[in-house]
Design a protein around this ligand. Structure first.
Ligand SMILES: Cc1ncc(COP(=O)(O)O)c(C=O)c1O
Length: 403
């Protein structure tokens, strides 16, 4: 009798546990669709198909030689312990020095914080700068995790539509119009941007930051594609405001996606808050990656060659794709993306990308990932792959669209 009772109690506890085991409401963020396309492409490859990958935004090249050599040497030297929470001092100094080299700016290394990719930098920055419920402006189309991280943290991402009249960037006017609806606490800017590849001119960037600050907003500038600028040189928000939060990464220009390392340049007022958060959330950033990242700055010549490859790929696509019927793109100023208007071929970019993958063997990302409404008329093509793949893609897309 007693045993039966215990069993029943156990069942009840199990049922209770199951009912408690529901994902939280704030975890219900949309998936990052590009990862679904990648998985579908992998399934086709497992069946023996050759797929041209233009879906994921990552360099085909690996980390530069000096980074690899430094990592190998560090592995031979002995155990890798934790580092200071804000990052190894010499790396923070090296990053600060790079602001002098690239932009002629004098940045205090104390303001540099090393992070686990720029992805972790966004979590830290949003946590340090915003309260739950704060409204933060992001561009549409734009990089989806800005919106989804803000949502998961209880903030409200506010998508501001951009278009050709404003070169696909938020402007002071569009920002203030949204601020007038209900006050905004922050603004995320990216130039060059993902998925569009478009950049903001120095006056446009300065104007927007000035406007955001005078309306009391915190500005976060995602500069992960700096170094990959073709139309004109990218301008850092660090040169325009000491109050802006600058986010950057070793993933793109430095070809180190899998090393998961990035950084921020912070306004002094946020430093201690970010240090406390990172102490608790991560303790420190992977030591091997920090050592490799510092040495990556010595791989400039190699990295500039990789960049030259992107420029050639960009040219191949801009010259070749119009002949296939894909002839409308946003200004491809930087990064390694073409955002192509496919609205005359479809009203559903996910279905279009799925068919392109199945029938032409070319994997691209549906625009709906970046813009829940108008994204149905666009796909994003990443041109960070091999040169032969660009030619192959043009040929395959041409046959497919004409066939
Ligand atoms: C605009 C933008 N910001 C941030 C990231 C995150 O990169 P990571 O976490 O590798 O630094 C990406 C990755 O694709 C991106 O495109």
């Amino acid at each position: 009798m007693h045993r039966v009772l215990v069993m029943r109690e156990g069942d009840w506890m199990l049922d209770k546990a199951k009912s408690l085991m529901q994902p939280s409401l704030r975890s219900a963020v949309p998936p990052f669709m590009v990862m679904d396309v990648m998985a579908a492409a992998a399934r086709l490859e497992a069946q023996g198909r050759h797929i041209v990958h233009m879906e994921v935004g990552q360099p085909a090249a690996g980390a530069p030689g000096p980074a690899l050599a430094a990592a190998r040497a560090a592995l031979g030297r002995g155990p890798l312990g934790y580092t200071e929470t804000l990052g190894i001092t010499s790396l923070r100094r090296r990053i600060a020095q790079a602001y002098g080299e690239r932009y002629g700016l004098d940045i205090d290394p104390q303001r540099v914080v090393v992070t686990t990719g720029s992805s972790a930098a966004f979590i830290l920055a949003f946590l340090a700068a915003f309260e739950p419920g704060d409204r933060v402006a992001v561009a549409l189309p734009g990089y989806p995790p800005y919106r989804h991280i803000l949502t998961a943290l209880g903030c409200e991402p506010v998508g501001i539509k951009t278009g050709p009249q404003t070169r696909w960037s938020i402007t002071a006017d569009s920002l203030l119009a949204e601020h007038g609806v209900r006050p905004l606490k922050g603004l995320v800017i990216a130039s060059p941007a993902n998925p569009t590849g478009t950049m903001m001119s120095a006056p446009a960037l300065a104007d927007l930051i000035r406007c955001a600050h005078s309306a009391g907003m915190i500005v976060i500038s995602d500069e992960i594609y700096h170094g990959l600028d073709y139309a004109f040189a990218a301008h850092t928000a660090a040169g325009l405001s000491c109050e802006a939060i600058i986010v950057n990464s070793f993933s793109k220009y430095f070809c180190m996606t899998g090393w998961r390392i990035g950084w921020m340049v912070l306004p002094p007022a946020l430093l201690r808050a970010v240090e406390r958060l990172q102490q608790n959330l991560a303790i420190s950033v992977p030591t091997l990656s920090q050592i490799a990242a510092e040495a990556a700055f010595d791989g400039r010549a190699e990295l500039e060659q990789v960049k030259q490859g992107y420029e050639e790929n960009r040219r191949t696509l801009l010259d070749g794709l119009p002949r296939t019927g894909l002839d409308t793109f946003l200004p491809a100023d930087g990064a390694f993306y073409l955002y192509a208007d496919v609205s005359r071929f479809c009203a559903d970019s996910f279905a279009f990308a799925t068919r392109m993958l199945d029938e032409a063997g070319v994997a691209v990302t549906p625009g709906i990932d970046f813009d829940p409404v108008r994204g149905n008329g666009f796909v994003r093509l990443c041109y960070a792959g091999a040169r032969e793949d660009m030619r192959e893609a043009v040929e395959r897309i041409g046959h497919w669209l004409k066939g």
